[in-house]
Every structure is written in C-alpha cells, then in structure tokens.
Ligand binder design. Structure first.
Ligand SMILES: Cc1cc2nc3c(=O)[nH]c(=O)nc-3n(C[C@H](O)[C@H](O)[C@H](O)COP(=O)(O)OP(=O)(O)OC[C@H]3O[C@@H](n4cnc5c(N)ncnc54)[C@H](O)[C@@H]3O)c2cc1C
Length: 403
C-alpha cells in the first residue's frame, strides 16, 4: 500500500494531523500500536483555548469544566489563586477524548489501523518503507512521528531521545459522588497544585472532575537524580494523600488503590524535522514543563505539520530544507511560551524559590492576569515578555525595600 503521509501514533497529535491532512485531500494512514479505544496516563486537563482553536471538539468529549484553582508553595503557607468568572480549563477522560479525535480523522477520510506497531522505517529514493510488527510493510512519501515520548520514528531518523530529560509521575483516578466533590472543590471544581511537596523536584496536583478525581505527583528526573537521599516517589504519593486529607483538602474516604505511572518530556528536541519526516507532540517534546500541559501543543503541532506536509507534497519537495518550515511555524506559535514556563519552573525549583516567588506573585493581580492570559488564551508570549519582566522587577524591588 502507498500513502502520501503515514502518521505514526493516534494520540492528540497524530489524530489532529490526520484530520487536517485528509481535509486537504492528502491520502493519509493513521496507525497506532494499541487497540482503540485506549487509555493514556494523564491528568485530563484541557485549556479552554484548545476548545477555541479546535471548535470541532464536541461536548460529548468533555467531562466537566473548572473555573480556576490554586498553586501552593511547599510549606503550604503561600497560595496563588487563579480564578475566573468563566471556565479556564475543561476536564477530559483520555479514553473517550482520544477516540473522539480519531473518529474525526476517520470521518474526514483517514485510513485508521490500530493494534499495529511500526517497528522499522527505511528511506528509499522518493519514499519511505514502513515495516509493521505483523510482517507487513507499506510505503509513504512523508512520515509524521506522533508516537509519543519513546518515539520509534525519532530514533529511526536520528532525531534524538528525551531520556534522561523527562518528568516521572504517579497518579490515580478515584470515583466520588458529585455531592462530595461539590463540598470539597465547589461546583466550579477548583483544582489544586502543590509545588515541591516533601522537597521533591516537581509538583503535586488534584483535578476534581464530574464524578471522579485525579490526584498525582510528578518529579523532574535530572534534578531528582542529583539528590542522593530523596524519598521514593511512591512514598511521596502516600504521604501526599495523607497530608491532603489532614488539611481537609480532599475527602477522608479516598483510599489508595493501584497507583499508575507515566512519563513526559521536559523540553523540545533541538531538531523536529529531517528529510521526509516531522515530529509532533510528545515525540517532539512539546510540553509545558510547569503544568504538564501537552495536549494543546500536540494538537497545535499536528495541525501545523499537516499544513507544511500538504505544501511539501504540492511542491513535490519533501527535503529537510522544505520541512524546516514546520519547526519555524511551531516555534512562532507556542515555542516562546514553552521557554517562558521552563524558566519559571527552574526558578520555582531553586532552594526556597517556590516560597519566594509564590509569595511575591500572589500579591500582584496584574502579573497573575498576564500569566492567565498567556496560558489560557491564544496570545503570543512575545507580546507580554517585557510587560511581565518589568512587573516582576517592580514587585521584587517593592518587596526588597519593605524588608
Ligand atoms: C501523568 C501524566 C499526566 C498528564 N496530564 C496532562 C494534562 O492534564 N493535560 C495535558 O494537556 N497533558 C497532560 N499530560 C501530557 C499529555 O498526556 C501528552 O502531552 C499528550 O498525550 C501528547 O500527545 P501525543 O499525541 O503527542 O502522544 P500520545 O498521546 O502519547 O500518543 C502517542 C501514540 O503513539 C502510539 N505509538 C507509540 N509507538 C508506536 C509505534 N511504534 N507504532 C505505532 N504507534 C505507536 C501510542 O500507542 C500512543 O497512542 C500528562 C502526561 C502524563 C504522563
């Protein structure tokens, strides 16, 4: 079989790329190693700007909405409140959401094969040969690697790997009655973030949904490995739940069951394209390392990849030089935002960084509004860079003088 584009991986990045490609009349194969519908380790937060950018995400793919929440410093003494009159994030259940996106791609005309892994890819003169785990092989003019953090496509095209620059997470979903959820998290379903809980180099989260709650902790692997006597992440998780119950932040009835694990990339790969290939989503490392928000970038990069691949096919030029446009476009779209949040994360994870910065920022409505605007709306971070820096220096100096 011969295709114009083979999209490897049918998560948010791959399904979005396949939908936009087929809408342009490109003959597209979408392939995933897991049988669908499949679940994926995730907190299930989707920013409302994603819904604005992809209006075809229908209501039945959304579980519930949250109108904001809080970020607490490690001592739990300082809290940053992020709240709005309108929802700022939607909650989703990945099994349902990802299947919904695949359905959209199939409806547009993509061929979908699940339960089949890509095991090898070889460049030919004008095409690539893709070998599958069932012994079959097929050809395509272009490949989109949307196959997640351990991307086979990235390895085969020599674009690099994420390990050890990864975040490791433990989490669990608990079913709760909506009454209990209303009582603890308000009908507006306020989320909670905890920075550096028990001194870990990372965060804890609580995401209250319609009739379940997702609670997790995550640490940054390269920083964590430098601390010799750090607690095991499983012990951190157990203790985290205990403390949250003691502080009455979550219902006391929650009992630890089977804890799940997951990993995410920390920053983008240097190069996300090569001759005949582009990488999208986790495979490319497009992730907000502070919040773990990756779905927005995965879908946005899938859309951009589809646009550039369509142009490459029209121009009959699938060279790296032509496809470098993809990296320029995604960097222009959300690259600045990733860099900004990576910088904020590094500051917060410094010794006492969380105490200092959360205390300072929590007092300044302007800076909170700017961060909310950058993160939850589709605005270019460049428009806010100087305003943010100036505001931060101002509150920092004010604080120094007070002391
Ligand atoms: C614990 C945890 C919590 C998170 N919480 C959030 C959150 O609340 N909000 C948010 O926005 N993001 C969150 N993320 C990040 C988010 O899950 C990812 O950024 C997002 O799934 C990336 O989408 P993707 O399409 O790039 O990759 P994926 O969703 O990982 O999809 C990749 C697909 O490729 C398939 N595949 C892999 N190898 C092959 C192969 N060789 N052949 C064929 N198919 C293959 C896989 O089966 C998979 O279906 C979280 C991540 C973790 C680990």
């Amino acid at each position: 079989m011969t295709y114009d584009v083979a999209v490897v991986g049918a998560g948010p990045a791959g399904a979005t790329a396949a939908k936009f490609l087929t809408e342009k009349g490109v003959k597209t194969l979408l392939i995933d190693k897991r049988p669908y519908p499949r679940d994926k380790p995730c907190g299930g937060v989707l920013s409302v700007r994603t819904l604005k950018r992809f209006p075809y995400i229908s209501d039945d793919l959304i579980d519930s909405y949250s109108y904001g929440g809080s970020i607490s410093s490690s001592s739990l003494m300082y809290q940053l409140q992020l709240q709005k009159e309108t929802p700022i994030v939607a909650f989703i259940l990945r099994k349902n959401f990802d299947q919904g996106l695949v359905n959209c791609a199939v409806k547009s005309g993509a061929t979908f094969r699940d339960g089949t892994a890509v095991v090898n890819i070889q460049r030919r003169k004008d095409t690539v040969k893709i070998s599958l785990n069932n012994g079959e092989s097929l050809e395509s003019k272009l490949v989109i690697g949307a196959d997640g953090i351990w991307s086979t496509v990235s390895k085969k095209f020599g674009l690099g790997q994420h390990y050890p620059h990864i975040g490791r997470c433990l989490f669990q979903d608990y079913s709760l009655t909506s009454n209990l959820l209303d009582q603890y998290f308000n009908e507006k379903r306020f989320f909670q973030f905890y920075l550096k809980f028990m001194g870990i180099s990372g965060i804890g989260w609580v995401f209250p949904k319609k009739d379940s709650i997702n609670i997790g902790v995550g640490e940054i692997q390269p920083l964590a490995s430098r601390i010799t006597k750090r607690p095991h992440l499983k012990d951190v998780y157990t203790n985290y739940l205990m403390v949250l119950k003691e502080k009455k932040m979550i219902p006391p009835t929650i009992k630890i069951g089977k804890i799940k694990g997951g990993v995410l990339p920390l920053h983008p790969l240097k190069k996300t394209f090569a001759d005949q290939v582009v990488l999208c989503g986790d495979a490319a490392g497009q992730m907000n390392p502070l919040t773990g928000d990756g779905i927005h970038y995965a879908m946005s990069s899938g859309m951009i990849a589809a646009e550039v691949c369509t142009e490459a096919l029209e121009a009959d030029d699938t060279s790296a030089v032509f496809l470098s446009k993809y990296q320029r476009l995604w960097k222009d779209d959300f690259g600045g935002e990733i860099t900004l949040f990576l910088r904020i994360l590094k500051r917060l994870l410094k010794v006492d960084g969380d105490e200092k910065y959360i205390r300072l920022v929590s007092k300044d409505k302007q800076i909170i509004d700017m961060l909310l605007t950058i993160f939850y709306n589709q605005v270019r971070v460049q428009n806010y860079k100087w305003k943010l820096a100036k505001r931060f220096v101002y509150i920092y100096m004010k604080d120094l003088l007070r002391m």
